[in-house]
Ligand binder design. Structure first.
Ligand code: UT7
Length: 325
């Protein structure tokens, strides 16, 4: 079997910031509540005329440069988003054109916040079978454009970002094991409506705006803690490794309390976990690749380190990947 390895990463964070003081000015909340219940201090917000494909293009470009490749070397671009510019063309096709990645096939997929690990899993299969050599997995969302800024239970959580990785055929060990899964029966715990006419859903939203996100926070929290721990254990077991072999865990950056509870279940200490959620909040699928880029840049990940990437989100879905850097 051919190895699939991450050989480059890149992220993009928009400039505008909504800090907790700003959130206090628009909904009945407090800096103290937000920090104690989530750990978030700031979130970055896309400009009015800045969309998913704009951010995804920059993150992909950075990842390709970081990999030492050119756009022409890319065989496939897969893009995870829940806030596409268009239903068609796919955001991945827009990014392909923006990059000049003329040799790349391109498609979008939706696994919500589990998008990056799902994308790595897809990329690994195309590489292992010898179909493609260089694949861009890019995650981007403008959650701020889908946020109900009247709903204090969700608006304090979300921000915008893009994160990308180049996954390539390699002689070195890379992606060792992955586990992705879904619990569709619990799917209505996080909703964002497309064409379906669903009055009950619209009623749930404080603003009654159809195109905003709604979430049953407590239910998602319980699901997240359980699935993050179980999926991580599963990839460890598949690889025949233990937590002692793992240098760092890069989790979905949704809420500090979710991560704390999950690592307690895993039986690891927080020095093995990379967190940047206080700066960006929950940016959906891009949380993990953005955190991965920052962890590499900060020297928290060295060549040969074994790392677990683990996320959960809408669907409901989850995913974990054990990789060697
Ligand atoms: O990537 C997508 C996955 N989504 C997530 O990861 C979200 C998972 N869920 C969570 O992170 C948490 O459930 C929240 C942060 C959303 C909420 O925290 P919680 O500890 O579950 O709070 P709660 O929903 O049980 O609400 C407790 C109280 C309520 O007031 P009452 O009913 O007890 O009077 C809420 O109305 O906190 C209130 N509350 C707030 N108060 C101040 C909810 N949001 C806020 C707020 N500021 N922003």
């Amino acid at each position: 079997m051919i190895n699939a390895k991450i050989i480059g990463v890149g992220g993009y964070i928009p400039e505008k910031v909504y800090d907790n003081a700003y959130m206090e000015s628009i909904v009945d909340t407090s800096d103290e509540w937000i920090i104690r219940r989530t750990g978030i201090k700031e979130r970055h917000i896309s400009a009015d005329n800045e969309y998913t494909t704009d951010m995804a293009t920059i993150a992909s470009k950075r990842a390709i440069e970081n990999a030492g490749l050119t756009a022409e070397d890319i065989d496939l671009i897969i893009l995870a988003t829940v806030t596409p510019d268009y239903f068609t063309p796919a955001c991945a096709c827009v990014v392909q054109a923006n990059l000049g990645a003329v040799n790349a096939a391109a498609f979008d997929f939706n696994a919500a916040c589990s998008g990056f690990v799902t994308g790595l899993t897809i990329a690994q299969k195309f590489i292992q079978t010898g179909t493609y050599k260089n694949i861009v997995v890019v995650c981007a969302d403008v959650l701020s454009k889908a946020t109900d800024y009247k709903d204090r239970a969700t608006c304090v959580l979300f921000g915008d970002a893009a994160g990308a990785a180049v996954v390539s055929a390699s002689e070195e060990t890379g992606i060792i094991a992955t586990d992705i899964g879904a619990d569709g029966a619990s799917g209505m715990a996080i909703t964002s409506l497309a064409y379906r006419d669903d009055e009950e859903e619209v009623e749930k939203r404080i603003s009654h705006k159809k195109d905003t996100l709604w979430m049953a926070g407590q239910a998602v929290m319980k699901f997240a803690v359980k699935t993050m721990a179980e999926a991580s254990e599963k990839v460890l077991k598949e690889a025949g490794l233990t937590w002692d072999d793992i240098a760092l865990v890069v989790p979905h950056q949704a809420n500090y309390r979710i991560v704390e509870s999950a690592i307690k279940r895993m039986g690891i200490t927080d020095d093995k976990v990379f967190l940047n959620l206080e700066k960006y909040g929950n940016t959906s699928a891009s949380c993990i690749p953005v955190a991965l880029s920052e962890a590499v840049e900060a020297g928290r990940i060295k060549k040969g380190d074994k790392i677990i990437l683990v996320g959960f989100g809408g669907g409901l879905t989850w995913g974990a990947a054990l990789i060697e850097w």
